[in-house]
Design a protein. Structure first.
Length: 296
């Protein structure tokens, strides 16, 4: 029978299989944190095969000593590992967008209930980076640790925190805007209209009535809640973003008496909740307007 005289290869005492005439390949797991300096010692031994004959001692082996070094990856060290916010009732506060350690955002928003006065912010950084939290009001929190948690007061409007992972003078900062949620049902809104006959009528149940003999009208929403967003939706499906006290784009009005058109104002406050208000635009003949106008 033929004999095989291919050498035996071992990496740190573990046999490395290979095909004769081709290189032996072994994967070395480095481990450790990419944020820290790292050195790994790898021993490669090449020995004659048993078929070579006779006893094999260390003098028959060839030993290679490999030192694999890795410089710290500062960018990896500055990536936040965890970020959580808990309110004073110990409920989790949702972040938008959701925190992902693999792809952290530079800006997060969080909303709490109107009754919440403070939240606990928990920030974790990769070793050896240190965690820091600063508020707009000037409060700064740090404890020379990779993990930090601190209670932060929530103002009546909103506050933006700056959180950071810091290492050797380098830092990666991101911002968290915390605000109190708005009860849309409690927001008071009034409407005026350019091109209407008389004031806009509030019919209750979030329904308004606008009388006009003009070809177009513009609505002017008035409300006192900075956290509220308002948009206009026409019957065609066209949507417009609105602002408090700013007239809407011109809205086509019905051209015949007895006809009306309904548009919708959509109110939101950053969350999934919405409030819909209906605005009925009705045509009023000039003759009827004249009959309703008192003589001087």
């Amino acid at each position: 029978a033929s004999q095989t005289f291919d050498a035996k290869i071992a990496e740190n005492g573990i046999k490395v299989d290979y095909v004769a005439g081709k290189p032996g390949i072994s994967t070395v797991q480095l481990g450790g944190s990419p944020a820290q300096p790292f050195v790994k010692d790898v021993t490669i031994q090449v020995a004659p095969p048993p078929s070579f004959g006779g006893e094999i001692d260390e003098s028959d082996m060839t030993t290679y000593q490999l030192l694999i070094s890795r410089e710290p990856d500062i960018a990896a060290a500055l990536m936040p590992k965890s970020l959580e916010i808990i309110d004073s009732l110990f409920n989790d506060v949702n972040l938008a967008p959701e925190f992902r350690a693999s792809s952290p955002s530079l800006l997060y928003t969080a909303q709490v209930l109107p009754t919440i006065s403070k939240v606990r912010v928990q920030l974790g950084c990769n070793e050896p980076a240190l965690a820091e939290i600063d508020t707009v009001s000037g409060s700064s929190f740090t404890n020379d640790s990779t993990a930090l948690e601190s209670w932060v007061q929530v103002p009546s409007s909103e506050d933006t925190l700056t959180a950071a992972c810091v290492l050797n003078g380098n830092r990666r900062s991101f911002h968290i805007t915390i605000s109190k949620s708005v009860s849309l049902k409690q927001v008071k809104i009034t409407l005026s209209a350019i091109g209407s006959h008389g004031p806009v009528q509030d019919l209750g149940s979030d329904t308004f009535l606008v009388w006009t003999s003009e070809a177009q009208v513009q609505l002017v929403p008035l409300y006192d809640e900075p956290g509220v967003k308002l948009s206009l939706e026409e019957p065609s499906g066209q949507k417009y973003t609105l602002g408090e006290g700013i007239p809407t784009p011109p809205i086509e009005a019905p051209k015949q008496d007895g006809l009306n058109e309904t548009v919708y104002l959509i109110m939101s406050a950053g969350g999934p909740e919405q409030r819909q208000l209906s605005v009925i635009i009705a045509h009023l003949e000039e003759a009827v307007i004249a009959s309703r106008t008192p003589e001087p």
